[in-house]
Design a protein around this ligand. Structure first.
Ligand code: ZN
Length: 155
C-alpha cells in the first residue's frame, strides 16, 4: 500500500534563499517557495494504519522548519567556506557572506531540488527507521508550484 502527503495542500512548505554556485543566472542570490510531498510504501501495522497522518506531518514539518527562511548552503561545495560565525559562498564573480545563524548548512554540493530531495529523504529515513512496517519512502521537493524532483530510499 502507498500513503501520500501533498505538500502544497497540507502546507508542508518553506521559503528559502540560495544560489546555484557557478550558474550564469541561478548563480545570483534568489529564493523559492518549496513544498515537500511524501509517499510511504508499506503495510498497515497492528494499529491498522501505515502511519498516523498527524505524526508523519509533524515529522516532515520539523524538517522543513530547519530550512524555512534560511539561506540554503551546500557545505560540500569547494566554493563554500565557514569561518567562525560567517559562511562564505563564492559564485562566479560574486562573494556572499552570511551569518551562520541565518543559514541551513546541508551536507550536499549544490542546493538543487535534486540534492535537497536526497538530503530530505535521508533525514526522513533516519526518523522513520523504527517503523518496521514501512518498506520505502519517497520525497518530492517542488521548487515553485508544479516542478519538482522525487527521490526514493528503502528503509
Ligand atoms: Zn533557485
Amino acid at each position: 500500500m502507498q500513503m501520500e502527503l501533498d505538500g502544497w495542500r497540507l502546507r508542508l512548505i518553506f521559503s528559502a534563499a540560495h544560489v546555484m554556485i557557478g550558474h550564469a543566472k541561478c548563480g545570483r542570490l534568489h529564493g523559492h517557495d518549496y513544498a515537500i510531498s511524501v509517499r510511504l510504501e508499506g503495510e498497515p501495522g497492528p494499529d491498522g494504519v501505515i502511519m498516523d497522518f498527524g505524526l508523519i506531518k509533524d515529522i516532515v514539518r520539523g524538517i522543513t522548519e530547519e530550512l524555512d527562511h534560511k539561506f540554503l548552503v551546500g557545505v560540500n561545495n569547494e566554493n563554500v567556506s565557514i569561518k567562525g560565525d560567517v559562511v562564505s559562498v563564492r559564485s562566479g564573480e560574486s562573494m556572499y557572506q552570511i551569518p551562520i545563524r541565518d543559514c541551513a548548512t546541508l551536507e550536499i554540493e549544490q542546493t538543487t531540488a535534486e540534492e535537497i530531495s536526497k538530503w530530505f529523504s535521508k533525514r526522513l529515513r533516519d526518523q522513520l527507521s523504527r517503523f518496521e512496517n514501512i518498506e520505502s519512502l519517497s520525497v518530492k521537493v517542488e521548487e515553485g508550484v508544479g516542478q519538482g524532483i522525487w527521490h526514493s530510499v528503502d528503509l
